[in-house]
Structure formats: C-alpha cells, structure tokens
Ligand binder design. Structure first.
Ligand code: RUB
Length: 330
C-alpha cells in the first residue's frame, strides 16, 4: 500500500520527537489521517477503509505512552466505522474522516484555551510555580494567569535527557514572565520557595494516576513532603479508557544515546544505560487535574472516562467477554 510521503514524515517526526508533547502528537496524528484521506487516489470503498486503517496503525506505532495518540485516532476512525453500513462511496467516507480529523484539531485547541482559563483561577498573585518538561496545557494555565495581571514567578526544570525545559523557559521569557531554569536535581532544594507545581500529562489512568515526563513523580514526592499543591493540566483526551479494563500504560524506553554519547557507549560496552521517558505519579500525590470540563480530584478520573469514553469501554468489555466465552466453549 502506498503511504504518502507527507504522512510518513509526520510519523517520523513523532518517533524522533520533532513533534512532541501529548497534545501536539494527537493533533499531528489527526492531521496525518486528514492528509492521507485527501491524497487517496483509488475509488473503492473497501480499499479506502483498509488504507485509512493502515495509516492509523503506522501512526499508532510511533510512540507508545501518550494516550492522546490512540484517542485522537479513535476519534476519527470510530466516526467512520459507526456509519460504515450506510456509506455508499469513497467520497462519503472521505468527508467523514476529514471532517472528524478537523473537528478533533479544533476541539483540542479549544480545550487548551479552556484549561488556561479554568486553571488560572487557581493561581494567586505572587505565586511561585514549578513546572517540568514542556507541556502546552501547563503553560496555558501559567500564561493565562500572567495575562490576567498576576505577578508570578516560574521555576522550570531542564528535563534531562532531552532538555524540553529549554523550550519552556524560552516561551515563558518571550511572554515577559519571570522564569528561572534549574537542573532536575535541584527540585527538592527549590521546593521550599514554591507555592504550586503545575505539570502536564501524557496519560491519566482510571485510578487517577498520571503518566508524565520522567521525573514528575519525584517532583510530586518533593512537593508532598513540602506540602506544596500539585496540579496536572490535561485535556480529557489524555484519559485512558483501556485502563478501566485493566490495561497498563506502557512506559516508553528510549535510546541510551539520548543519555550519553554513542562514543561513550562504544568505549564502555559493559556499562548499561537506561532511558525511561515517563513515570507514574499516584493519585495520592496529585491535588487536582485541570481539564477542559473542569477541575477534578484525580480519584474522579473514572467519571471523566465513563462520560467521555463510556461506549469505548463497553466495546472493550464486550470484546473481552466474547473472547472469554470463546475460550470456555473450546
Ligand atoms: C512531553 C511531556 C508533557 C506531556 C503534556 O514529553 O511529558 O508534559 O506530553 O504535554 P515528550 P502537552 O517531550 O517526551 O513528548 O500538555 O503539551 O500535551
């Protein structure tokens, strides 16, 4: 099957982290489906459906942790599959896919804005905020609070090994916000000066645990010890319906050469280097999750999941129970 070069470039961009951050990954995947659909040249409906599903698989296999990616793809593909029995030609199928992809992108951007408006209410004048990695949702909250005239200070971690903290400090400084870059290892020391921690999320599990950039759970632990509030800014498409049925979120392990040079690795073949990209912060260490649907305690994640993904969860459960039935009648 011929996959357009533009789509392969987006998939490569996600894999190599040129396109990164859960929200941007999701929007790029939706955009890739739209581009693929627009570039489809055949005219049989079945072939188009196979083609779109292949593109979806290519995108799904780029990075494993951000649940926003399967949720974005599912947003588009499920709209096509729900109408499949009533679609008569490729044109109709294309309109559904391209319309759903555009709708996801628009909704995602709106969610980001709303999170800013809702989250900024939790920021007080003179607050000192600590953030980690580079999260558009967390930055939306911080920047909105600043726009509202609150005099805030921000500490941002470097975020080894890929230094996404540099992106964060550049964005905040360009807006005129007082921002200080710190090494990841300085978090516990700096926490004494911090009023609130605000981070993003790659995934929120049914039990309210949050998966975010490696180091987030250590920051939450240091905040807990210092009695500093921890807020997670996350669109509802970062909530994982699969976790309701017991699936675990996969923690991406990236190349050791992101941590030390290839020359070092070659010189010291006996030294093992690990590079887990994300970690899990349990619900107990999170005060609230700021979503576009409102601020919730992490323990209420299941309510968001049931409201937003009730049918996806029922579908999973149905598949599990029918495969179990198959097993027992064998
Ligand atoms: C990025 C990261 C971000 C979340 C949320 O990791 O952990 O905190 O993805 O980002 P990476 P956003 O750089 O490995 O993709 O709020 O922008 O969706």
């Amino acid at each position: 099957m011929n996959i357009p070069k533009e789509v392969l470039e987006i998939a490569d961009g996600i894999r190599s982290m040129k396109i990164r951050g859960a929200g941007r990954i999701a929007r790029s995947a939706a955009n890739a489906l739209k581009i693929a659909s627009e570039m489809y040249t055949g005219n049989t409906l079945n072939e188009y459906i196979e083609y779109i599903k292949t593109i979806a698989d290519v995108l799904l296999n780029t990075r494993p942790t951000a649940v926003s990616l399967p949720n974005a793809i599912n947003f588009v593909i499920s709209r096509l599959m729900r109408k499949i029995d009533y679609i008569s030609d490729v044109e109709e199928a294309r309109n559904i896919v391209e319309g759903a992809a555009s709708e996801f992108i628009v909704r995602s951007k709106e969610a980001l804005k709303l999170i800013g408006v809702i989250g900024a209410k939790r920021i007080r004048d003179e607050d000192v905020i600590l953030t980690h990695c580079n999260s558009s949702a967390a930055l939306s909250v911080i920047m909105k609070a600043y726009e509202e005239g609150k005099n805030i200070k921000v500490f941002a971690t470097e975020t080894r090994p890929k230094f996404q903290g540099i992106i964060t400090v550049k964005i905040l400084a360009s807006k005129g916000i007082d921002v200080t870059l710190i090494p990841d290892s300085a978090v516990r020391l700096i926490m004494k000066k911090v009023d609130k921690v605000i981070v993003g999320a790659d995934a929120v599990a049914a039990n309210g645990a949050v998966v975010n950039k490696i180091g987030t759970s250590q920051i939450a632990l240091a905040a807990h010890e210092a009695r500093v509030r921890v807020f997670v800014a996350a669109e509802t498409y970062k909530f994982s319906p699969a976790t309701v049925t017991g699936e675990l979120i996969i923690i991406e392990e990236r190349k050791p050469s992101e941590v030390v040079s290839t020359a070092f690795l070659e010189e010291h073949p006996k030294i093992r280097v690990r590079n887990p990209a994300f970690d899990v912060t349990p619900a107990d260490y999170i005060d609230a999750i700021i979503t576009e649907k409102g601020v919730i305690p992490p323990q209420a994640a299941i309510l968001i999941l049931k409201e937003e993904y009730g049918w996806v969860i029922s579908d999973y459960l149905l598949r599990i129970s029918s495969s179990e039935e198959g097993e027992t009648t064998k």
